[in-house]
Design a protein around this ligand. Sequence first.
Ligand SMILES: C[S@@+](CC[C@H](N)C(=O)[O-])C[C@H]1O[C@@H](n2cnc3c(N)ncnc32)[C@H](O)[C@@H]1O
Length: 216
Amino acid sequence: MNRDKEKVSDRYDIWTPFYDAVDNFPLVSSSQKRWKKNAVEHLDLSQGERVLDIGTGTGQILPWIAEYMEEGLIIGSDISQGMIDKSKKKIRRMKNVPDDLTLKVVKDDIESSKFPDDHFDKIIATFTFTTIPNVEKAVSECARILSSEGVMIVLDTGEPEDRHGYLLFYPMMISAKVFGRTHMDRDVEKKLSKRFRTRKIEKNMLGMVYTLKCTL
Ligand SMILES: C[S@@+](CC[C@H](N)C(=O)[O-])C[C@H]1O[C@@H](n2cnc3c(N)ncnc32)[C@H](O)[C@@H]1O
């Protein structure tokens, strides 16, 4: 693992015990959950599909994906061992998982993924692309492992569309960089659009939080 990636995975290992508590903090929790649940809905899941949640973190959205499926495969992937252990615990506690639905969490670096070509019908990444050290490599791997008819949904953060938004953006950007090694100032859509057709399907917080539908 290169140094940048080690820094990201070390940071998320440290964050693992607190991540859900911060995510569940009253002021941020309801909006975050709504954005993520909407992103899952935008996947437009069908029975039997193979779904990948890149940078699953504590696996928060895995049960929400499972709500739509009776059969198929759902995989959460991450590079942080702490996050992987936590999300594995979460899926072990899930009740009433249908027999024909396989749910797992694996260690996988999306910059050089171990999954085969054309493997997934759906890919989702919530607040992941702004933390990946080499986004170009990750984008190209996503294009490789997504099936040609597949859909990828990306929920992430970026610069505001309105100049007033910068009053909020700069403090958020600095704390995200310090605490999460997250680069909110990164133009994820531009990088994704080199390999995918992208369409913005949802905007929140003056455009600072957006959802993209990506197809090949
Ligand atoms: C901000 S967290 C988002 C977690 C979760 N998706 C959520 O919405 O709560 C970003 C996650 O991406 C993971 N990550 C960063 N770079 C990665 C890479 N190259 N491959 C896989 N996961 C990565 C981090 O370890 C971290 O768990």
